[in-house]
Design a protein around this ligand. Structure first.
Ligand SMILES: [Zn+2]
Ligand SMILES: [Zn+2]
Length: 287
């Protein structure tokens, strides 16, 4: 598979920057962000760091589980064999498998995301929540541990069920674009489909620091999981306007990458036994 190139990333940045800037102009003046909004340089650095460094780490981690898995199922490691899946699931039509992979992957993603809002993993995920001026570019601000753990957790069950990963190969760019779009500084919510597919309004509520919306809207793609498990938040009239976290995440990229490893041991140990479940409204502030 072709990896990212500097040119490709520069062109993608220029296109997305222009498109989202233009779309933002349809918002009222007070809801637009300045061109060089807070964290612009940090997120610009992530624009290179995430595809070149984080994704490389994630690929190694995924290989770390896919290779032993291949030896167990096929008796050898053959990338092509893994991509074709095995058993009854692999014989389903490709589009059915694609739906299956997306649903299973998103379900696992929902629970993993909730786990990242828990006490143990929060500091890795707080990096993603540290954007105070939230827009499309904030999507790439993800800690490598956050990315690798999410991807490994999402891939393993899909492989174990026998689905052919090749079924979703074509949609990967669409999913990447979706992840960028849901952070955009827009109020879009897909109208009648607002509860079906994640939208900017849906995910921006997830990023708000407003009390009533904290630890809501965890789904990456299907709000169904939030509806089923009681974390759906989409008030009719209001729009989220304040973003960020109380956790003192540094503002630069290197500081953010190191941040979760510099544990404030005493502060954490003195906390009560808050579990992994993020129902406590103030979990963000405990980590
Ligand atoms: Zn989150
Ligand atoms: Zn986000």
């Amino acid at each position: 598979m072709e990896g990212p190139t500097l040119w490709g990333l520069a062109i993608a940045f220029a296109i997305l920057f222009t498109v989202f800037r233009a779309l933002e102009l349809f918002r009222s003046r007070d809801r637009r962000l300045p061109i060089f909004r807070k964290g612009f340089l940090t997120d610009g650095a992530y624009w290179l760091f995430t595809p070149f460094v984080t994704k490389a780490i994630t690929r190694i981690c995924v290989a770390g589980v896919a290779i032993p898995f291949a030896f167990i199922v096929y008796g050898k490691f053959d990338r092509e064999l893994i991509l074709q899946g095995f058993g009854p699931a692999s014989r389903l039509p490709l589009w059915v498998q694609a739906v299956g992979i997306l649903a299973v992957g998103d379900f696992i993603g929902y629970w993993m995301h909730r786990a990242f809002h828990g006490r143990r993993l929060w500091r890795f995920h707080a990096v993603h929540h540290s954007s105070v001026d939230l827009d499309w570019l904030s999507a790439v601000r993800v800690h490598p541990v956050n990315d690798a753990v999410m991807r490994v957790a999402g891939t393993l069950p899909v492989l174990a069920l026998g689905f052919a990963p090749v079924a979703v190969a074509g949609i990967v760019p669409v999913l990447t674009l979706m992840a960028i779009l849901v952070h955009a500084n827009l109020d879009w919510d897909w109208g009648p489909f607002r509860a079906v597919i994640a939208s900017p309004r849906f995910h921006r509520w997830h990023h708000t620091d407003e009390e009533q919306a904290r630890d809501k809207n965890f789904a990456g793609l299907l709000p169904l999981w939030d509806i089923l498990f009681g974390t759906y938040y989409m008030p009719k009239e209001e729009r989220p306007s304040r973003f960020g976290t109380m956790t003192p995440v540094p503002t630069g990229l290197i500081g953010q990458v190191v941040f979760p490893f510099r544990r404030q041991a005493s502060a954490v140990r003195s906390q009560s036994t808050a579990g992994e479940r993020p129902q406590a409204a103030a979990l963000h502030h405990q980590a």
